[in-house]
Every structure is written in structure tokens, then in C-alpha cells.
Design a protein around this ligand. Sequence first.
Ligand SMILES: Nc1nc2c(ncn2[C@@H]2O[C@H](COP(=O)(O)OP(=O)(O)O)[C@@H](O)[C@H]2O)c(=O)[nH]1
Ligand SMILES: [Mg+2]
Ligand SMILES: [Zn+2]
Length: 307
Amino acid sequence: MKGIVVKSTGSWYKVRIAHGEIVDARVRGKLRTTGIRSTNPVAVGDMVLLSQRSEGDWSIDDLEERKNYIIRKATKLSKQTHIVAANIDLAIALVTLKNPKLKFGFLDRMLITTEAYNIPTLIVFNKIDLLNDVERDYLNELSKAYQNFGYTMLQISVNEYMGIEELKATIHNKTCAISGHSGVGKSSLLNALTGIEVARVTDVSDFNEKGQHTTTFAELYEVNPSTFLIDTPGLKSFGLIDMQKEELKDYFPEMVERSSNCKFHNCLHINEPGCAVKPAYENSELPWFRYENYLHFFDELKDLNAH
Ligand SMILES: Nc1nc2c(ncn2[C@@H]2O[C@H](COP(=O)(O)OP(=O)(O)O)[C@@H](O)[C@H]2O)c(=O)[nH]1
Ligand SMILES: [Mg+2]
Ligand SMILES: [Zn+2]
């Protein structure tokens, strides 16, 4: 019997099999090795082969080759990795312009991560019902900028059911990893897309208390039998860990697009002579905040790479 891993709870896994039935299963023998040293042999999103041992007890016998996977370090210092999610067709960055205020750092960090993994990314702005005309114009400008970098942008309001059908059409037949800061409406959206209450919506006044609603494990939800959403709480933080600072520029599409005009082929676009990228930010052809984030992440990687 084939199935898709929905959740991991220690050594037990919840696996979705035919007709949406969810069963409890565990790995007993040795699985085909995947070539990565990870703390979890099986991850959410994995396609597995199962056999039933007894009532409520299934074995995971084999693992299908992964299309892709996202990893993070198991702990800060260890060399071991944890596979956050596997087989992702589309990453969704859920953000808001306000309530809570947009954090460009989060958005760009997530985009670098998904670029590095080569996973197409959809940026979804929620809570557009809260915006006044000026804010709406600003969001449209911002949307244009990110669309010019090659990202798809959607503006939605879960509460007002605006843009939800378009979003549904965009994610149809895909397995999507969704990530967003606390308070942006992720639980509300998961509920709206699955049509049932799969996640608890928390009042805005509650989410300021830091770390309160943070779940650290991924979980897969069914939108329909061929469309899944994986809630990936870790997606925003692990991106830069295993990257060399020299690679970073490769994950800014607008830099890649212009870099062939730089004098040096390995130009980092920082202070090299004949750089064609930095001036584009300086003369506002490209938004300056992206360049600021680039420099910021570059410095961060300098530190990380040195350890
Ligand atoms: N105004 C407005 N509020 C929303 C919208 N979507 C969610 N919210 C509210 O934002 C708060 C946080 O929502 P929740 O789904 O728990 O966010 P999460 O922390 O990302 O899971 C709740 O009070 C929701 O009712 C929206 O489209 N518009
Ligand atoms: Mg939530
Ligand atoms: Zn350059």
C-alpha cells in the first residue's frame, strides 16, 4: 500500500493512504539509504510503501526517491541534519503588509532558501482588507518589484474570502510548503483551503507573546486528494546555514539577470570595479532594501562560514 507521510511523532508516523485514511506506522527494518545523515529517516511529504502488521499498526517498508527535500541542522552545532519536508512542488511565503508589519528580512530569507533548493515560490499577501488606498498602492508597487524578479504574487484576504479561489487554482495538484510569521493568518488559511478546522486561529492580541504559538514540526494537510499543504514552521530560519557567502548572489534572480554585464565573472556586487548590479540598486532601477538584505545576509554568512 502506498501512502504519504503526514506527520512525525517520534518513532511513529501518521501516513495518509487510499481514500484519505490516516494510519499509524513505524520504520522497522533498514530503509534504503538516502545518502544524507539525518536524524529522521522519513519526513513529512515522503511517499512510502506500507504493510499492515495488525490493527492500527503499519510498517514503513520502503521510501520512494525524493524529488527534493528541505533540511535544517538537527541542533545548532551538530553535523546531523533534520529533513523538514520532502517532495515540494511549490513554496508559499505567507506575509502581511500590516498586522503584523511586513518583515522584509523574513521574505527575502525564505526566497533565498527556496532559490537554493530550486523550489518555485509563491508570495501571498494576506489581510488586504485592512489596507487603505496608500497602502494598497504601496503593495502593488512591491508586488510589481517581486514579480519582476520572477516570483508570483497573490493578494488575498482570508476573512473576506478575497483571492482564495485564485490561490486554490494556483496550488491545484501540488504539494505546497507554507511558511509565515505568527499572526499572518496561516491557521486561518489552512482552514479556508482544507474546508475544515485543521488549525487553531489565534486572536491578534495573543500572538505578541514571543514563542507562544511556535510549533517546530511540519505537518501535511489535505486540500483535495491531489493537493496538499505542508505547514513548515522551520522554513524561515534554516536557509542560510549551509551556504557559502559567495553563493548568495546566485539566489537573487535580479542579480543573476544582470551579472553577465559585470567586469568580473565572479563579481560579488559589493565593491568590485565594473559591477553592473550594484548601480542598478543605487539608481533605484531595483529596490534598495533587497540590496541591504543581500549585504546583511552576506555578513551573516561570513560569520557562519568562519565557524
Ligand atoms: N483582517 C483580517 N484578519 C485576518 C485575516 N486572516 C486572518 N486574520 C486574523 O489574524 C489573526 C491571526 O490569525 P491566525 O490564522 O491564527 O494566524 P497564524 O498565527 O499565522 O496562524 C486572527 O485574529 C485572524 O482572525 C484577514 O484576511 N483579514
Ligand atoms: Mg497558527
Ligand atoms: Zn557585479
